[in-house]
Design a protein around this ligand. Structure first.
Ligand code: NDP
Length: 324
C-alpha cells in the first residue's frame, strides 16, 4: 500500500509518500480500500508540524476518507460496501486516510449515504460535515431564515464555504467574513449576500449595535469576541474553529444582557445518530453546483504542498485527494 507518512527528525515533521506492507496497519475490525480523502485545517496543522496534532510517529495523517470495504469482521459491513469516515481521532492517533488502505473500528464507519459517492463525500469531508453541524446548531437554537442575517467567518475555507452554501440554499441571508479580496467572487457564487473584511473584526467593545441573528465561526479569538458583541437579542453563535487563534477575549455582557448563546460544535466525537442526521441533511441541502465550485483535486504526492498553502491562507474551498 501507498501512504503519506509523517516522521519526526530533530523536532521537525517530515512528510513523504512511501510504500508499506499492509500488515503494518493498526488494529481494527474493518479494512478499507480508500478511493478519496481530503485536506482539512487539522491535516494541514499535522502535515506541516505547525500544531501538536500528532504525538506518536510514524503517523499516516488524514482525518477523513471514503472507500470500499476490503474485509470486515464486523457483521454490519461487507466486502465491496462503500463507506466513509470522519473524526474519531483517525489521522491523529490512529493511522488515517491519506493512504490506499486503512484499518479501523467498524463503529467509526458510516455506510455511504444514498445520493452520495466517495468523491462527493470527500468534497464535503470533515469540513462540510462540521458546517452542517453548525447549521443544525443554529436551527436547534431557533435561528431560522426569517430571524435575520447570519454571518460566517473564515468564509472561503472548507467549513466556511460549505456553511455559506448551505445557509444560502436554506433561504438565509448570509454575510461572509474573509481576509482575502481574491475570494469575493467565489463567495458570491456560493451565495453570500454581502462580504465583510476580516480587518473590520479587529477591535471590539463589550456590546455593539445588534447585527446578527446567528453566526458560524471558524476563526475564534477577536473575531469571535466581535461577533458575540454584535449578536441580536437571543441570537446564537455556533463556534467550531480557531483559524485565528484559540483565545476568546470577551465579556459576559452579550450573555447576560442579550441572552446570546455560544454553542460549541465538535465533529470528532459526534454520536452516530447525529452523524447520520447530518449526512442526510448534506445530501438534501447541498446544491449540485457546490461540488464543482468548491473542489480542487490533488494527488497524495501534492498533499504536503497543499497543506502549506492552507497554513499560509493561499487556498480556498476544499482540497480533495484522489487516492485510487
Ligand atoms: P481552512 O484552512 O479551509 O479555512 C480556514 C479559513 O480561516 C481560511 O480559509 C481563512 O478564510 C480563515 N483564516 C485563516 N487564517 C486566519 C487568521 N489568521 N485569522 C482569521 N482568519 C483566518 O480550514 P477548515 O475550514 O478546514 O477549518 C476551519 C477551522 O475550523 C479550523 O480552525 C479547524 O481546526 C476548525 N474545525 C473544527 C472542527 C470541529 O470539529 N470543531 C472540524 C473542522 C474544522 P478567509 O481567507 O476567507 O478569511
Amino acid at each position: 500500500m501507498q501512504a503519506l507518512i509523517l516522521e519526526q527528525q530533530d523536532g521537525k515533521t517530515l512528510a513523504s509518500v512511501q510504500s508499506l506492507e499492509e500488515n503494518r496497519l493498526p488494529e481494527g475490525n474493518v479494512t478499507v480500500d480508500i478511493d478519496w480523502s481530503s485536506l482539512n485545517y487539522k491535516d494541514a496543522l499535522a502535515i506541516t508540524g505547525t500544531g501538536k496534532i500528532i504525538r506518536n510517529f510514524p503517523m499516516i495523517p488524514g482525518i477523513d476518507f471514503a472507500g470500499r470495504v476490503h474485509s470486515s469482521e464486523d457483521p454490519r459491513f461487507h466486502a465491496g460496501q462503500q463507506v466513509l469516515l470522519t473524526g474519531w481521532g483517525v489521522g491523529e492517533n490512529h493511522w488515517g486516510g491519506l493512504a490506499s488502505q486503512a484499518r479501523v473500528n467498524g463503529d467509526w464507519l458510516v455506510p455511504m449515504p444514498k445520493g452520495l459517492d466517495g468523491r462527493k463525500a470527500m468534497i464535503i469531508g470533515t469540513a462540510g460535515f462540521t458546517a452542517m453541524l453548525c447549521v443544525m446548531a443554529l436551527e436547534d437554537a431557533g435561528v431560522l431564515p426569517d430571524s435575520g442575517e447570519i454571518v460566517v467567518t473564515g468564509a472561503s475555507g472548507g467549513v466556511g464555504s460549505t456553511a455559506v452554501t448551505l445557509l444560502h440554499k436554506l433561504g438565509y441571508q448570509v454575510a461572509a467574513v474573509t481576509g482575502r479580496e481574491s475570494t469575493h467572487d467565489y463567495l458570491r457564487s456560493l451565495g453570500a449576500n454581502r462580504i465583510l473584511g476580516r480587518d473590520e473584526f479587529a477591535e471590539t467593545r463589550p456590546l455593539e449595535k445588534q447585527v446578527w441573528a446567528g453566526a458560524v465561526d471558524t476563526v475564534g479569538d477577536k473575531v469571535l469576541a466581535k461577533l458575540l458583541a454584535q449578536m441580536n437579542y437571543g441570537g446564537c453563535v455556533a463556534a467550531c474553529g480557531l483559524a485565528g487563534g484559540f483565545a476568546l477575549p470577551t465579556t459576559v455582557m452579550p450573555f447576560i444582557l442579550r441572552n446570546v448563546r455560544l454553542q460549541g460544535v465538535d465533529s470528532v466525537m459526534t454520536p452516530a445518530a447525529r452523524r447520520a442526521q447530518a449526512w442526510e441533511r448534506l445530501v438534501r441541502d447541498l446544491p449540485e453546483s457546490f461540488f464543482s465550485q468548491s473542489a480542487t483535486e490533488i494527488t497524495l504526492e501534492q498533499a504536503p504542498e497543499y497543506a502549506s498553502k492552507i497554513m499560509s491562507n493561499q487556498f480556498h474551498g476544499r482540497a480533495l485527494v484522489k487516492i485510487a
